[in-house]
Ligand binder design. Structure first.
Ligand code: UT7
Length: 333
């Protein structure tokens, strides 16, 4: 089953970090017209963590990264590459270099990657290309988002869904290849379903030359369309990745989806005929943490001893873009 080559890839460490402040559904119901009952039955979310003004994206991402590096048994100086998957950098020029400095990973090249809630899976595939081509051996991949800074807190259709956090993995060159298959996709024709878009006011700079200056506007979402998209495309892309891995659905030990909505997880598992006990879910505690949701859930399941060495994990991210993707990997530690 495993491809034998000197240019394989293995995930050798995971880590996560979430802000301390917890806001449960009851407290949200004091902010917008909603209820614990509605949020729980429609989404499975019970509470979420929110970053305080003092907590930066790079700080929580660095904490998650340190935990992943420790589990992998390497030092920051061993890192060749740092990829930060995020839509909510502290700085529009990117936050990966700040994390590189905070870690003291002086040899590593660092950059941000944006693919919304698919960012972790897209980052995994990107990291794999650098390792498989023999360019780099040790890669840190972080998925981190602070969407609370970009949610419209007066819009009950979106504000109840999101939370903040960071998760990270270390990927290393490995004798046998533990990334067994993947497939990533984009469809920009549905771009207007989920946006955090820039809006500028036209301003005449000099005679005959106008520019647009403004800011990013809070998240807008067509929930029904995104739901429909996820339930249709996620099973398809997982099946494609499994085909590439030459594995059957029955051989999957864990289904690890982007934690957007429990109903999406249930519907995807149902379509793939994957039993509930194989579905990893922690969104009740964190809500949708965008690019961070998969690595946070992975790290929790590993540290709880649920995921064991040799287990086959089918993971899938999906979201704005629209973007979606799946990766099948074997836990190596
Ligand atoms: O990372 C990807 C990010 N996005 C997603 O994954 C979102 C995917 N979509 C979803 O998860 C679901 O569509 C939602 C959870 C967002 C919404 O669930 P729904 O079952 O599609 O509800 P709906 O939008 O059809 O709204 C049903 C009703 C509406 O009332 P009316 O028009 O029927 O009277 C809404 O106004 O529920 C109302 N509603 C709420 N009520 C209480 C919407 N949000 C809330 C709320 N509390 N928070």
């Amino acid at each position: 089953m495993l491809k034998q080559s000197g240019l394989g890839i293995a995930i050798t460490g995971s880590g996560s970090a979430t802000p301390a402040a917890v806001v449960d559904n009851h407290r949200l119901a004091t902010l917008v017209e909603t209820s614990d009952e509605w949020i729980t039955t429609r989404t499975g979310i019970k509470s979420r963590r929110l970053a305080t003004p003092e907590e930066s994206l790079s700080a929580i991402a660095t904490s998650a990264a340190k935990n992943a590096i420790a589990m992998a048994g390497i030092t920051p100086a061993d890192l060749d590459l740092i990829i930060l998957a995020t839509s909510t950098s502290d700085d529009l020029f990117g936050s990966a270099c700040k994390i590189q400095a905070e870690l003291g990973a002086s040899r590593a090249v660092a950059f941000d990657l944006t693919a919304a809630c698919s960012g972790f899976v897209f980052g995994l595939v990107t990291a794999a290309q650098f390792i498989r081509t023999g360019v780099y051996q040790n890669v840190l991949l972080i998925g981190a988002d602070i969407l609370s800074r970009w949610v419209d807190w007066s819009d009950r259709r979106t504000c109840v869904l999101f939370g903040d956090g960071a998760g990270a993995v270390v990927l290393q060159a490995n004798e046998s290849d533990r990334l067994l298959g993947f497939e990533i996709r984009s469809d920009g024709t549905q771009n207007n379903c989920l946006n955090l878009a820039y809006q500028g006011q036209s301003k005449e700079l000099i005679d005959g030359v106008s520019i647009a200056q403004g800011t990013y506007q809070p998240i807008t979402m067509n929930g029904k369309e995104v739901y429909r998209f996820a339930v249709q495309k996620v099973p398809e892309v997982i099946e494609k990745a499994l085909f590439r891995a030459n594995l059957t659905v029955e051989e999957v030990d864990w289904l690890l989806l982007h934690q957007a909505n429990q109903r999406i997880l249930d519907a995807v598992a149902n379509r793939l005929k994957i039993p509930t006990h194989k579905v990893i879910s922690n969104m009740a505690h964190y809500g949708n943490t965008s690019a961070a949701s998969i690595p946070i859930a992975l790290d929790e399941a590993v540290r709880q001893g649920k995921i064991q060495p040799g287990d086959i994990i089918a993971t899938s991210g999906f979201g704005a873009g629209l973007t979606w993707g799946a990766a099948i990997f074997q836990w190596a530690r």
